[in-house]
Design a protein around this ligand. Structure first.
Ligand SMILES: NC(=O)c1ccc[n+]([C@@H]2O[C@H](COP(=O)([O-])OP(=O)(O)OC[C@H]3O[C@@H](n4cnc5c(N)ncnc54)[C@H](OP(=O)(O)O)[C@@H]3O)[C@@H](O)[C@H]2O)c1
Length: 290
């Protein structure tokens, strides 16, 4: 590397460090997250919502917000302890839990009947949230088992669970809403790992079903979160300062599950009825710079 390149790289690192020092000087060693949570005043009263993988992270934040807005909520997951913990945390008679692995397609009908018995009436809203994050495995390292592991949850399980519920809605002439939790990775054409591909295909499904189901009064939309502070991302391996301040993200911080929940409630509400088949990116500007 020439001396000029080295000097440029040194100066740019120096400038970044100076910016960080100025930030810590002004705000302390944390990034202040200024988010507002809109109180709609019972906008989901009388509705019932099923959230796959609702025992933690984004799904749990959505469940909490739905309950605040008056909905009966059923959360699913593979791990009973996680569901029980979530139930204790939310501590509401409006919350129901069920062990339900979305990748086990042959069990969907029986689990659905169990779920219906728990909630007492047909679901109005389905949140397809359960998902497996697949690290950054790239195309040349990809193995069949990793592909299958991710796609059986993020694609196959989601598709057949959605089909199971949509069939009931159509036969019962009932309207409904579906919110698919995708990822910003699914909006980036450069992604060649199985996770990105699974979310890319989910965005396609959201668009296709959005169009196909609109005549039945069924709305389908999606959310593509950026890096959100949940168990499934490797935030625990980061140093505390980086955790608070992530320079890779234009807004300089990771997102909170509650910020995704705000968007989800909006999409569930009648205020969003004119939005059809869209996947809305909520990523602090990450995808704009790629
Ligand atoms: N966090 C992020 O940065 C981020 C970014 C973009 C998109 N997302 C998407 O957001 C969604 C939620 O992720 P999260 O970050 O909130 O992760 P999380 O806290 O790990 O939650 C994922 C949930 O899905 C459940 N789950 C996994 N496989 C399942 C299966 N086969 N059947 C039923 N439930 C299953 C897990 O519960 P059990 O272990 O009990 O099954 C867990 O509660 C995922 O679709 C993910 O792709 C997350």
């Amino acid at each position: 590397m020439s001396i000029i390149n080295k000097t440029i790289s040194f100066l740019s690192r120096l400038l970044q460090t100076a910016k960080m020092v100025r930030r810590y000087w002004r705000e302390g060693d944390v990034v202040r997250v200024n988010i507002a949570q809109i109180q709609y005043g019972g906008i989901l009263k009388g509705k019932s919502v099923i959230i796959t993988g609702g025992g933690s992270g984004i799904g749990l934040a959505i469940a909490r917000k739905c309950i605040k807005e008056g909905a009966t909520v059923l959360i699913t997951g593979r791990n009973k302890d996680k569901l029980v913990k979530a139930s204790k945390e939310l501590n509401s008679p409006l919350l129901k839990i069920i062990e339900w692995d979305v990748s086990k397609v042959s069990e969907h009908e029986s689990k659905y009947s169990e779920a219906l018995a728990l909630v007492g009436h047909q679901f109005d809203i389905l949140v397809n949230n359960a998902g497996m994050l697949g690290g950054n495995r790239q195309f040349l390292d990809l193995t069949e088992s990793v592909w299958d592991e991710i796609h059986k949850v993020n694609s196959k399980g989601l598709v057949f669970l959605t089909q199971c519920i949509v069939k009931k809605w159509i036969t019962g002439k009932q309207k409904g809403k579906i919110i698919n939790i995708s990822s910003m990775r699914g909006t980036l054409g450069v992604q060649d790992g199985p996770y990105g591909m699974s979310k890319w295909s989910l965005n396609g499904l959201t668009q296709g079903l959005g169009l196909k189901l609109v005549p039945y009064g069924i709305s389908v939309n999606g959310i593509a979160p950026g890096i959100i502070d949940t168990e499934s991302i490797a935030i625990k391996n980061m140093d505390a300062k980086e955790n608070a301040y992530l320079k890779e993200i234009p807004i300089s911080r990771i997102g909170l599950p509650e910020e995704i929940a705000e968007l989800a409630i909006f999409l569930m509400s009648d205020a969003a009825n004119y939005i059809v088949g869209q996947t809305i990116i909520c990523d602090g500007g990450y995808t704009l710079k790629v």
